[in-house]
Design a protein around this ligand. Structure first.
Ligand code: AMP
Length: 113
């Protein structure tokens, strides 16, 4: 399995402010928050980007979305939040381990940058 920064967070090789963990996923605060709430939800399975996900990952992907909604609610932002997945460098992806951004706590404009 390819080692990424996020694999190191999963393995506790580098620290992170973890807000949720179970057998399938980990959620932690973004180190460079773009909103008052900015959490990353990642699968423990290494999938580099959403376009690399396969049919077998279907349940896992649904699970991550459900968890992201639950975590937003648990953090007190259940009414208004945004989930973002950047796929590929030109879309702003910098860490090649699939992650869902949860953003909340400010007015989120549209279209995004
Ligand atoms: P993306 O640009 O969609 O690949 O998102 C990667 C995110 O990871 C960025 O928002 C970074 O601020 C965040 N990030 C990078 N390193 C860390 C870290 N060590 N702990 C928490 N978040 C990080």
């Amino acid at each position: 399995m390819e080692e990424t920064l996020f694999t190191k967070i999963i393995n506790r090789e580098i620290p992170a402010d973890i807000v949720y963990e179970d057998d399938l996923c980990l959620a932690f605060k973004d180190i460079n928050p773009q909103a008052p709430l900015h959490i990353l939800v990642i699968p423990k399975k290494h999938i580099a980007k959403i376009s690399d996900a396969e049919k077998d990952d279907q349940d896992l992907l649904g699970y991550l979305l459900l968890k992201a909604g639950m975590i937003a609610k648990d953090q007190g932002y259940g009414e208004a939040f945004r989930l973002v997945i950047n796929n590929g460098e030109n879309a702003g992806q910098t860490v090649f381990h699939l992650h869902i951004h949860i953003l909340a706590g400010r007015n989120l404009t549209w279209p995004p940058g």
